[in-house]
Design a binder for this molecule. Structure first.
Ligand SMILES: [Ca+2]
Ligand SMILES: [Ca+2]
Length: 745
C-alpha cells in the first residue's frame, strides 16, 4: 500500500545535487570545517504550511476551547525535529497558515504563545488581513503568515484577487508574501515569494456554488499562475496551502504544474517534490499513505502541499533551494495505516524529535505531547507539511563563464549586486577560470568567492569596486580556490579579508584606496601588489600576507602581524625594494620575512628602535635568520651567512635593510666608511650602525671578523646588483630550508 510513495521518494533521493546543498547539509549534520565560510554565504530555513482549523474551533469559541496552545505545541514540535530525511534541526522560519479566524483572534495569540515558549521576540506576523467570501467559520477563515524575524525579512504581503466565490473560484483570498534573507534586508537581493492559498474543498465532481468544486479550484489555480507570470523572470516561488485536491488527476493540480501559465507565460510551473515528473494519474489516498495530511480523526487525504518552481526544486544557482528529502507531513511517515488515527503506538513519524532541544533552555516536548496536540479534538484536523530550504544570501553570479558585471542575466534571478551592505557571491556556477568585468562603479558590503575554478574581478575600462557595509566591516571571503581582484578597490568601510584555508589565495593588484583599513583572517594567503593608499591600519590577524610591490603597504598604515595567541606571516616577494609603514607590531610567534628588501618605519616622538631591534634579535636566532619577529629567508639561505638584516635610526625613521654583513650605513656596499662607524671593542648597548652585526648587543672581535668577512665576500659590489632573480631566490629558499633544518638542534 505504501510502495507508491516510497517509490516516489526513492526517485527523489537519487537526484544529483550540486555542492552547495551538500555543504549545507554536512554543515548541519557535522559542523564541517567549511562552516565558518559557508555560514556567511548561506542559511537554511524551514517552511511550513499548516491549516489550523482555528476558524472552526477558535480559542474563545464553542468547541474545543483553547485550541491555540495545541497549535503552538505542534509548531514547537516542528522546531524540535531533526528530520530523518535531511538531518537538519531548524526552527520554522515561514509558517503559512490557513483557516485562521483573523490576525487578532488566531495569529497574534499564536505568535505570543510561540514567543513565550522561545523566550524572546523571534516570531512575527504579517499585518495584512486577508479577506474571504466564505465567512470566518467552518473552514472559510482567512490565510495568514507567521515568520521568524531573526532569519527572514518580510518585504511585502499582497492579496491576490478578490474572493468572489463561484464567480472566480476564489473563496479565501490568496496572499503572495515576498521575502528575503534577513542578511539581505535593505537590498534588492535574495527575493523569493510564497503564495498561501486555500482553494475550495469538495470532491472534484461535486457541484457547489453553481459549478463543480474541481472547476472552482482550477479557477483559483489560474488566478495564481497568472499572477506569478507578472513576477520577474525566473523568480523563486513556492505555492503552499491546503489545495483540497483529490489527486494529480485534477485540472487544478495540472494548472499549477504545467509549463506555461494560463495566460501563456513560460514561467512559474510548480513542481511537486513528491511527483516531480508530473504523473497525472495519481489519486491521493490508500496508495500513498505517507503523503496524507488531513486527519479528520482518521488519516485519509493529501490536502496540503508545497509546490516549488523548478529553480527552487532543482537546486540551480539561485537564492532559494529545496533540500533533498526534506519534504514531509509532520506526524505521518507512512507508519499509520490508512484511515486510522495518527495517535497510535505504531506511528514512528515523530521519533526524530526525541532528544533534540530547539533552543537552549527549552524543555523538549515528548512525542506523546505532540501527537496529542495534533489530535483533531483539541487542535487542527490537518498535519503541517514541512520542508527545508537553503538560502544563498545576496546576489549570485549564475553564468557559467565570465562576463560583464552589469549584465543582469549573468546573475541569479537577474539580481545584480549593486548597493551598500549587499553580498555578491561568486560560486561554482563557472566551469573554468572566469573573468568578471567590473564595467562601472559597483558597491557592495561583502564579496564571497567559493569556486575552485577561480574568478578574477577585472577593471575593464575603469570599473571600481566600492566596499561599504555601513557601520560594520566589509568582507571579502574566499572559501575555496585561488581568486583575484585586479579592479581598484575603494574602502568606504574597513574590510576583513578571510581566506579560510591554507592553500587558498586572494591576489589584490588593482590598488586599494579609501578611509578603511585591511584586516586578514583565516589560514590562507592574501597577496597585495600595485600601489595602495588606504588610510586605515593593516592587521594580519592570521594567515599570510604577501607583499608584492614597494607600494603594497601604504606609508601611513600601522602594520600589525599576528596576535598574542595566533601566529601570522608577512612575506615580501623578491626585489620589491623598500616599503614604508607608520608603525610595526609583531605579536606572539609571528614573523615578517623581508627576504631581500627594505622596510622603513616612520615615526614621531619616541623612537621604536628598541622594539624593532628586539624583533631583529629574535629573527636573527643565532645567525640563522629563521626565528620569530623580523627575519630574512634570503639571508638564511645565503652561503656563509654573509648577508643579514641591518637597521638604522635617523631620528624619524627606522630603516631595516637586507645587505652585506658589515654595511653599517646600509648603503649596500661595505667600505672604509662602515669600518669608521664601528665602535671600539667592548662597547655595550651597541646597534647595527655601531657594528653589532651578530645582535648580541656588544661590539667585540667577532663583529670585526664579520666585517672582514663581509668586506671580502662582497668584493665592493652593491648588494642590489647581486640580488638573484626571483626564480633563483625561490630555489635558494628551498635549498636554504633544508640547510637550516639540518642546523637545528
Ligand atoms: Ca656601507
Ligand atoms: Ca656583537
Amino acid at each position: 500500500m505504501r510502495a507508491g510513495a516510497a517509490g516516489i521518494r526513492k526517485m527523489r533521493h537519487s537526484k544529483i545535487h550540486k555542492c552547495r546543498a551538500r555543504l549545507l547539509l554536512s554543515m548541519a549534520i557535522s559542523g564541517s570545517i567549511c562552516a565558518a565560510a559557508s555560514a556567511q554565504t548561506a542559511q537554511s530555513i524551514r517552511i511550513v504550511t499548516y491549516n489550523t482549523q482555528d476558524d472552526v474551533s477558535p480559542p474563545t469559541g464553542p468547541t474545543p476551547a483553547g485550541g491555540i496552545p495545541n497549535l503552538a505545541t505542534v509548531i514547537e514540535g516542528i522546531g524540535q525535529q531533526k528530520y530523518v530525511g535531511d538531518g537538519m534541526l531548524q526552527l520554522p522560519d515561514i509558517l503559512a497558515l490557513q483557516e485562521t479566524t483573523s490576525n487578532s483572534t488566531t495569529v497574534i495569540p499564536l505568535v505570543n504563545d510561540l514567543n513565550s515558549y522561545y523566550g524572546s521576540s523571534i516570531f512575527n506576523y504579517s499585518t495584512y488581513q486577508a479577506t474571504t467570501s466564505d465567512g470566518t467559520g467552518s473552514g472559510g477563515g482567512p490565510n495568514a503568515l507567521i515568520y521568524n524575524q531573526n532569519t527572514i525579512n518580510l518585504v511585502a504581503s499582497v492579496g491576490v484577487g478578490t474572493p468572489e466565490s463561484g464567480t472566480n473560484g476564489e473563496f479565501r483570498q490568496v496572499v503572495r508574501y515576498e521575502f528575503q534573507p534577513i542578511a539581505d534586508k535593505g537590498t534588492t537581493a535574495g527575493i523569493f515569494y510564497v503564495y498561501d492559498g486555500h482553494p475550495k474543498s469538495g470532491s472534484a465532481g461535486t457541484s457547489d456554488d453553481g459549478s463543480t468544486d474541481g472547476a472552482l479550484r482550477n479557477g483559483e489555480a489560474q488566478i495564481v499562475r497568472n499572477d506569478e507570470a507578472t513576477l520577474p523572470a525566473n523568480a523563486a516561488v513556492m505555492y503552499v496551502g491546503d489545495f483540497n485536491e483529490d489527486g494529480s488527476t485534477e485540472t487544478a493540480y495540472q494548472t499549477m504544474t504545467t509549463a506555461k501559465s494560463p495566460s501563456g507565460v513560460s514561467q512559474g510551473a510548480g513542481v511537486d517534490p513528491m511527483n516531480p515528473t508530473n504523473n497525472y494519474n495519481l489519486k491521493w489516498g490508500s496508495s500513498n499513505v505517507s503523503l496524507l495530511t488531513e486527519t479528520d480523526a482518521k488519516l485519509e487525504y493529501r490536502d496540503d502541499l508545497q509546490l516549488l518552481t523548478s529553480n527552487v526544486y532543482n537546486d540551480s544557482i539561485g537564492n532559494l533551494d529545496y533540500v533533498a528529502n526534506s519534504y514531509h507531513p509532520f506526524g505521518n511517515n507512512g507508519t499509520t495505516a490508512y484511515e486510522t488515527s495518527i495517535n497510535s503506538s505504531t506511528n514512528t513519524a515523530l521519533n526524530d524529535i526525541v532528544g533534540n532541544v530547539a533552543r537552549p533552555g527549552i524543555t523538549p516536548l515528548t512525542t506523546a505531547q505532540v501527537f496529542a496536540a495534533e489530535n483533531k479534538s483539541v487542535g487542527s484536523d490537518h498535519l503541517p507539511v514541512v520542508a527545508d530550504y537553503s538560502l544563498l544570501l545576496g546576489a549570485t553570479w549564475s553564468a557559467s563563464s565570465g562576463g560583464n558585471w552589469s549584465t543582469a542575466t549573468n546573475w541569479a534571478v537577474s539580481s545584480i549586486a549593486q548597493q551598500s551592505g549587499e553580498i555578491a557571491n561568486f560560486v561554482n556556477s563557472i566551469s573554468a577560470p572566469a573573468t568578471i568585468i567590473v564595467d562601472a562603479g559597483w558597491t557592495m558590503g561583502t564579496i564571497n568567492f567559493n569556486s575552485t575554478n577561480g574568478y578574477t574581478l577585472a577593471p575593464g575600462t575603469g570599473g571600481i569596486l566600492t566596499l561599504n557595509n555601513g557601520a560594520n566591516a566589509a568582507a571579502i571571503n574566499v572559501a575555496a580556490g585561488n581568486q583575484a581582484i585586479s579592479a581598484p578597490i575603494l574602502l568606504v568601510s574597513s574590510v576583513t579579508v578571510t581566506v579560510s584555508s591554507a592553500g587558498n589565495t586572494l591576489a589584490i593588484s588593482g590598488g586599494i584606496s579609501g578611509a578603511g583599513g585591511l584586516t586578514l583572517a583565516g589560514s590562507g594567503t592574501v597577496s597585495l601588489s600595485g600601489l595602495n593608499f588606504y588610510l586605515g591600519a593593516t592587521s594580519v590577524n592570521s594567515g599570510q600576507l604577501n607583499v608584492g610591490s614597494s607600494g603594497a603597504l601604504p606609508a601611513t598604515t600601522a602594520l600589525t602581524v599576528g596576535t598574542a595567541s595566533v601566529a601570522a606571516t608577512v612575506l615580501f616577494a623578491s626585489k620589491v625594494g623598500q616599503a614604508t609603514v607608520s608603525s610595526l607590531a609583531i605579536l606572539g610567534n609571528s614573523t615578517l620575512d623581508l627576504t631581500n628588501n627594505s622596510l622603513a618605519i616612520n615615526y614621531t616622538g619616541a623612537s621604536p628602535a628598541a622594539t624593532i631591534r628586539g624583533y631583529l634579535v629574535a629573527g636573527y636566532n643565532g645567525d640563522q635568520w629563521n626565528g620569530t619577529g623580523i627575519i630574512s629567508s634570503t639571508a638564511a639561505a645565503t652561503s656563509n651567512h654573509i648577508t643579514a638584516l641591518g637597521y638604522t635610526d635617523s631620528g624619524s625613521q627606522i630603516l631595516i635593510k637586507y645587505t652585506w654583513i658589515g654595511d653599517t650605513d646600509l648603503d649596500g656596499v661595505v667600505t672604509a666608511d662602515d669600518l669608521a662607524n664601528m665602535a671600539p671593542v667592548g662597547t655595550t648597548n651597541a646597534t647595527w650602525a655601531m657594528g653589532d652585526f651578530n645582535y648580541d648587543g656588544v661590539v667585540n672581535q667577532d663583529d670585526y671578523s664579520l666585517f672582514a668577512l663581509g668586506a671580502a665576500e662582497s668584493n665592493s659590489q652593491n648588494i642590489s646588483t647581486t640580488l638573484p632573480e626571483p626564480a633563483a631566490v625561490a630555489m635558494l629558499g628551498v635549498a636554504g630550508m633544508g640547510m637550516l633544518s639540518r642546523k637545528r638542534r
